[in-house]
Structures are given as structure tokens and as C-alpha cells.
Write a protein that binds this ligand. Structure first.
Ligand SMILES: [Zn+2]
Length: 238
């Protein structure tokens, strides 16, 4: 267990030292072992990020939403309940992205690299830049079926202004009640490795979502805290 705790502490220290988003190359593979342990035990805690690729043999049972997009069948009821209650509040949320097979993620990623090269980037620079905007195949939560991008029907652009819509304000306030978290908050990009996305919601289960909401932790911090007895998930994060 000591090795696991040590790895978790090392990862936490690295996270604190990471000054900005996307500084993803410095984390050694060994530092991810601790958080993988927790994720392996509970499907709701599956960690997929720039340092934790989805296993190639990953499979998921999907269920189709009314608009044809698909999610992990196990999150269907909570997702539709959240959207239904959001509509009851007089709002119009839209699921604009949900489950994405690896082929789709690869196509998006390669298209981004091609566009950057067409704009004058070298192949190497284009690959580096592409990873900042489109998740490298295998590292997108959309491949898990546990993540959805939600937008306001009146404003369907994926940019920072999305946070100003009434739909996002409602979702950010209430998502935890349905087991969802805003996965990439503005103040956690150095930990998540992903810039602020005020539209990307991830299912973690009601109990975990409530604990994360109360503690002010993102998923990486929460999983690290689970592995570190000296830290408590009930303490407000700095
Ligand atoms: Zn997303």
C-alpha cells in the first residue's frame, strides 16, 4: 500500500507543480497507477485523461437518446431526469455530443492535425497543437459513454460564453443532484490537462458527485484523495 500512497502523493505534487493546461508530457506512467486502482473498482470512477488511456479492449453497453446520440445505458435514467427537470425549469438544453467511438475520435484528431498543417504548422507542431483542442484517441471521455456535451438550444457554440446561458447556470448548479459533474472547471485545467469546458458533463454517480461538489474537487483530485488517507475529500480545496 505504501507504494500506492507514495505514487498518489507524487502525482498530487506533480499536479500542484503543473503551472498550466496541457503540460502533459512530464508525468511518468508509474504515477498513474494509484488513481487507476480506484477507477478499476468502480465503473463510475473510470479515469480517462491525457495520462490515462482507455484500454483498447474497452466496451460499453449503449442506449440511444431521443435525438439519436448514445450514452452508457447505466447513466441513461439520471441523464434524462436531469434534462427533463431542466426543461421543467423553462429551459432548453440540447445534448450535442455523447458517446464517440474511437474511429470518430481518430477522425476528429486527424482532421485537426491536417487543418493545422494546412495553416502552416510543421507536422510535429500540428500534432502538439491538435492535442490541445481535440483529445488524442483513447484519451477522450466521450469514448466511455459517460460524458455528454450539453448546450443551450439558443446558443450552441462550444466556447466560454456557453457559461452565461441560463441552461449552463442551471446545469452547473444542479448536475451533482443527478450524479454529474462539470468535468473541466476553469480553475482545474492544470490538474485535468484540459482547458475550461462549460458544457462537458461527466457521470460519476450521485454519491461521488455530491462529495466532489462539497469538497470542490475535480475527478483527478478526488481519486487522489481516495488513495491518500492524510487528505480528506470533505475538505474544501484551495
Ligand atoms: Zn465533451
Amino acid at each position: 500500500m505504501n507504494a500506492v500512497r507514495c505514487a498518489a502523493g507524487f502525482l498530487a505534487a506533480l499536479m500542484l507543480l503543473t503551472p498550466a493546461c496541457y503540460a502533459v508530457d512530464i508525468v511518468p506512467a508509474t504515477a498513474t497507477a494509484a488513481v487507476e486502482t480506484a477507477a478499476e473498482e468502480d465503473w463510475q470512477l473510470l479515469l480517462v485523461n491525457p495520462w490515462n488511456k482507455l484500454p483498447e479492449e474497452f466496451t460499453v453497453e449503449l442506449k440511444k437518446l431521443p435525438n439519436g446520440l448514445q450514452v452508457d445505458a447505466r447513466i441513461y435514467d439520471d441523464l434524462t431526469a436531469m434534462l427533463s427537470d431542466c426543461r421543467k425549469a423553462g429551459l432548453r438544453p440540447v445534448v450535442c455530443s455523447a458517446y464517440r467511438p474511437v474511429e470518430t475520435q481518430t477522425r476528429l484528431y486527424n482532421n485537426k492535425i491536417a487543418r493545422l498543417q494546412a495553416a502552416g504548422y510543421s507536422r510535429e507542431a500540428a500534432i502538439r497543437q491538435a492535442g490541445r483542442w481535440v483529445a488524442v484517441p483513447g484519451t477522450s471521455e466521450h469514448q466511455t459513454g459517460l460524458a455528454v456535451d450539453l448546450v443551450a438550444s439558443s446558443y450552441q457554440v462550444l466556447d466560454k460564453k456557453q457559461e452565461q446561458t441560463k441552461e449552463q447556470k442551471w446545469l452547473m448548479e444542479h448536475c451533482w443532484e443527478y450524479g454529474f459533474i462539470l468535468r473541466y472547471p476553469s480553475d482545474k485545467c492544470g490538474v485535468t490537462g484540459i482547458g475550461y469546458e462549460p458544457w462537458h458533463y461527466r457521470y460519476v454517480g450521485k454519491e461521488t458527485a455530491k462529495a466532489m461538489q462539497e469538497a470542490g474537487l475535480c475527478l483527478e483530485e478526488y481519486l487522489t484523495a481516495l488513495e491518500s488517507p492524510q487528505e480528506t475529500v470533505h475538505t474544501k480545496a484551495r
